[in-house]
Design a protein around this ligand. Structure first.
Ligand code: SF4
Ligand code: SF4
Length: 188
């Protein structure tokens, strides 16, 4: 057993008034810093300010795009089958491209139900789904707004993923022209 000896209080500490003033002074210093030197505070104005996270953090989803701007998703349903929260809703239709059997017509993710486990990303056989958006807090006014649609999931900017080759092949990316030529695709 470890015994910690208490240091006896000095006369000033036993009078309490000086310690109370010292505590008040510390409180006032922090209050003044918040009022006049707000930017120097080690805090962020959440939710307007967001914490910086790595792109390996499991954040809001996005659907990857082919060089012609169509979703890479082939509507196989593997992600929906793997999802433990049953919050992915997919509807497929026939693809116009003879090389691809199906394309996705509806792709909704209910982010109120999602537990951000990442199993859907792991299950995808064509690397069509990722959780690297760094968007880790979602604020909306209605429950419906938490459901991310196909438009929302495909509405991302390649400039936000400068080091990712796949993202740069999408429309607006630095490798898009090259990828269109390689894949023999036209912009849709
Ligand atoms: S992260 Fe997990 S819970 Fe969320 S959609 Fe993907 S599989 Fe479902
Ligand atoms: S697993 Fe991938 S390709 Fe299959 S439906 Fe999901 S996102 Fe689309």
């Amino acid at each position: 057993m470890r015994v910690i000896k208490q240091k006896p209080m000095t006369l000033g500490e036993r009078l309490y008034i000086f310690e109370a003033i010292r505590g008040l002074w510390t409180t006032l210093k922090h209050a003044a810093r918040g009022l006049f030197c707000y930017d120097s505070l080690p805090t962020i104005s959440y939710p307007e300010g967001q914490p910086e996270v790595r792109n390996t953090y499991r954040a809001k989803h996005r659907l990857m795009l082919r060089p012609d701007g169509t979703p890479r998703c082939v509507a196989c349903g593997m992600c929906a089958a793997a999802c433990p929260a049953h919050c992915i809703f997919i509807e497929a239709t026939q693809s116009d491209d003879p090389r691809i059997e199906k394309r996705v017509m509806r792709f909704d993710i209910d982010h109120l139900t999602c537990v951000f486990c990442g199993l859907c990303v792991e299950a995808c056989p064509v690397d069509a789904l990722r959780m690297d958006t760094k968007v880790i807090s979602l604020e909306h006014r209605t429950r419906d707004e938490f459901v991310s649609s196909l438009f929302d999931l495909t509405n991302w900017n390649p400039a936000d993923y400068p080091d990712d080759k796949q993202s740069q092949m999408a429309p607006g990316g630095t490798l898009n022209k090259q990828a269109l030529e390689t894949w023999g695709m036209e912009v849709k």
